[in-house]
Design a protein around this ligand. Structure first.
Ligand code: ATP
Ligand code: BTN
Length: 259
């Protein structure tokens, strides 16, 4: 019910143009391939069902019917803005803050794009830049949050397993409340991001770094590194101290694991 979401957004409601669909392949694909005409508002696409929800590297975002919230937002930057750095981390921080305000305890961020609770994956973010074609930068930020998973739901490749809000909170929020809170945090954080960039958010991100000071292994795209995770830099690149000094891992198609 979008009316409810807009009511919950209060004074921020006018900034948003939300739309729901019963079914689509992926809300990210939809907004990347058919971006709405620019009208100064932040376009939001919510899908009841995705038939091909995506993570990075062509991996799947699994949604079970009615089990979660899957949506994407389109952010347009001012003319002359640089290609946004650390955007996926900024979005993760907004999501973490929204969840913390709902009283979810133990939220941590896994570089570059996952939200974990006590090591279990609760939500994922997929950021994709639109082709510039001479226009200012624009990015689609897609978010999937598990609200109430079916019993015994599992996914491949999550060493710590997965979790949902129903498992973390005695009274989990409605989908409307969850969406309104996440949009409100994204909105507020992006005002900071747009004026001061990721450096202004870096400390807040690092406070929630799931792998801070832990031994990690990074693999993929011809990269294979081990070391201690010491944080992120002003561009949102991961910093890993290994035998040959500190390495910067650019947010890309690599996978991060505790070693
Ligand atoms: P990596 O762990 O390699 O750094 P990632 O966790 O960021 O990658 P992506 O490829 O971006 O992974 O996202 C897809 C992954 O998310 C899937 O491979 C699966 O492990 C996990 N996943 C898929 N659906 C869900 C879900 N509903 N809840 C939690 N995790 C999910
Ligand atoms: C990840 O787990 O790392 C990323 C998952 C992102 C999933 C969301 S669901 C809404 C949007 N549409 C997609 O196809 N992916 C994102």
């Amino acid at each position: 019910d979008l009316e409810r979401v807009l009511a919950l957004l209060g004074h921020r409601a006018a900034r948003f143009a939300p739309r729901t669909v019963e079914e689509c392949t992926s809300t990210n694909t939809e907004l990347v391939e058919r971006p709405p005409i620019e009208d100064g508002r932040i376009h939001v696409l919510i899908a009841e069902r995705q038939t091909a929800g995506r993570g990075r590297r062509g991996r799947n975002w699994h949604s079970w019917p009615g089990a979660g919230l899957t949506f994407s937002t389109l952010w347009r930057f001012a003319p002359g803005s640089a290609v946004p750095a650390g955007l996926s981390l900024a979005a993760g921080l907004a999501l973490a803050r929204a969840l913390e305000k709902l009283d979810v305890a133990g939220i941590q961020l896994k570089w570059p794009n996952d939200v974990l609770v006590h090591g279990q994956k609760l939500a994922g973010i997929l950021v994709e830049l639109l082709p510039m074609r001479g226009r200012p930068p624009a990015a689609v930020i897609g978010i999937g949050i598990n609200l109430r998973l079916p019993a015994h739901a599992t996914v491949p490749d999550q060493p710590g397993g997965i979790t949902d809000l129903a498992g973390q909170l005695a009274s989990p929020p409605s989908r409307e409340e969850l969406l309104a809170r996440v949009l409100a945090e994204l909105h507020d954080l992006f005002e900071v991001y747009a004026s001061a960039g990721f450096p202004a958010l870096r400390a807040a991100w690092q406070q929630r770094n799931a792998f801070a000071d832990l031994p990690v292994r990074i693999s993929g795209e011809g990269v294979e590194t081990r070391g201690t995770c010491i944080g992120v830099d002003d561009d949102g690149a991961l910093l890993v101290r290994g035998e040959d000094g500190v390495q910067r891992i650019l947010s890309g198609e690599v996978s991060l694991r505790v070693d």
